[in-house]
Design a protein around this ligand. Structure first.
Ligand code: UDP
Ligand code: MG
Length: 296
C-alpha cells in the first residue's frame, strides 16, 4: 500500500492539538483502505503543554511521530524538518489550528491521483478573519507575483498534498531565507488548486503578529525575486532625468536630500541580499532538533 505522511507544524497550540489529533486519527481510519497514513508533528519550540499532549498520543499511536525543536524557528522551517523526515510516497502539509480541515485530504488525494504532483488548497473564504488580515493577505500575493518571476498561486497557504518527487526537490534546496510556497512553486511540478472554505481557528490566537507577517512577506519577496533591484535602477534613471530638469531652477538642497535618501535605500536593499548570501555561506543547520519520537 502507498504511504502518506501528514506534516503538522505547531507552536503553542495546546487548545487545539487534542482536537486536531482526534480528527487526524479519524482520517487515518477513513483512508485505511487506500493509504497507510502517518503523522509527523513538528513542535516549533512551544512553551505550553502542546508537546505533552502530542507525547501522550505518540505513546499510544505509533503513527504519530513527533519532532521537537530547541526553540522557535518559524513555521516554514518546522515544515522543512517534517519534509526531511518524511519517507512517504505522498506528503501533505496542514496547519495545527484546524483552519485547514483534515477531512479534505481524501478528496485532495483523489485529485492528485488524476495525474498531478501538487494539489494545493485555495481559499474561497476566510471566515471571521480581521479585515486587516484579509487585506494584507490579498495584497501580499499580488505584490509577490508582481515582483517575482516565479508565479505563486494566490490565496494559498501551506495546506497541500504532494508527491515524493516534489518533497525530494524541495529538500534539496538548502537556503535559509526559506519561503516554502515559493520553493514549491519554483520546482515547477504540475499543480492544481483544490477550492475550500477556510475554517475559523479552533481556539487560541494567531501566531503571526503584524511584524511577523511583514517579515514573512519580505522573506518571500527576497527569496523569489531580484526585481526590487531593477526598481532601484529605474528610480536612479528617473532621478538623473529629474536632475537635468531641476538644474533649470537650481533647487540644490532638495536634490541633495533626495539623492542621499535614494542612496541609503539602495544600500539597504543591496544589504538585504548580501545578508541572505552571508547566511547561506555560513551553512548553519536550518534547525536544531531536541528529540525525535517514533522516528528513526
Ligand atoms: N506556527 C509555527 N511556528 C510559528 C508560527 C506558527 O509552527 O512560529 C504554526 C501554528 O501553530 C499553526 C500554523 O503554523 O499550526 C499557522 O499559524 P497561525 O494559525 O498562527 O497562522 P494564521 O492561520 O493566523 O495565518
Ligand atoms: Mg491559523
Amino acid at each position: 500500500m502507498k504511504t502518506l505522511d501528514i506534516i503538522v507544524p505547531f507552536y503553542n497550540e495546546e487548545e487545539c492539538i487534542e482536537k486536531l489529533l482526534t480528527r487526524l486519527l479519524a482520517l487515518k481510519e477513513v483512508l485505511s483502505e487506500t493509504l497507510d497514513v502517518n503523522f509527523i508533528l513538528v513542535d516549533d519550540g512551544s512553551s505550553d503543554n502542546s508537546v505533552l499532549f502530542v507525547n501522550n498520543y505518540a505513546e499510544k499511536h505509533k503513527c504519530i511521530k513527533l519532532i521537537t525543536f530547541t526553540r522557535n524557528f518559524g513555521q516554514d522551517i518546522a515544515v522543512t524538518a517534517g519534509l526531511d523526515y518524511s519517507t512517504g510516497d505522498y506528503v501533505a502539509i496542514i496547519d495545527s489550528d484546524l483552519q485547514d480541515p483534515p477531512e479534505l485530504i481524501p478528496a485532495m488525494y483523489e485529485k492528485l491521483a488524476e495525474g498531478y504532483d501538487i494539489v494545493y488548497a485555495k481559499r474561497i473564504e476566510r471566515k471571521s478573519e480581521t479585515l486587516f488580515k484579509k487585506l494584507t493577505a490579498y495584497g501580499f500575493y499580488r505584490v509577490i507575483n508582481l515582483l517575482s518571476e516565479i508565479k505563486m498561486p494566490p490565496d494559498t497557504g501551506n495546506f497541500r498534498i504532494m508527491t515524493a518527487k516534489v518533497r525530494k526537490t524541495v529538500n534539496a534546496m538548502k537556503e535559509h531565507q526559506r519561503f516554502l510556497r515559493g520553493l514549491i512553486a519554483w520546482s515547477g511540478f504540475k499543480s492544481v488548486p483544490y477550492y475550500y472554505n477556510r475554517d475559523e481557528r479552533e481556539a487560541g490566537k494567531t501566531k503571526y503578529s503584524a511584524l511577523k507577517m511583514f517579515k514573512l512577506a519580505l522573506t518571500g519577496i527576497f527569496s523569489l525575486s531580484y526585481r526590487l533591484l531593477d526598481l532601484v535602477w529605474g528610480i536612479a534613471g528617473l532621478l538623473i532625468i529629474l536632475s537635468f530638469v531641476a538644474a533649470i531652477y537650481n533647487p540644490v538642497i532638495s536634490a541633495i536630500l533626495f539623492c542621499s535618501a535614494l542612496q541609503i535605500a539602495a544600500i539597504g536593499l543591496v544589504g538585504m541580499y548580501i545578508a541572505g548570501i552571508s547566511q547561506d555561506t555560513k551553512a548553519r543547520p536550518l534547525y536544531v532538533i531536541d528529540k525525535v519520537i517514533n522516528l528513526n
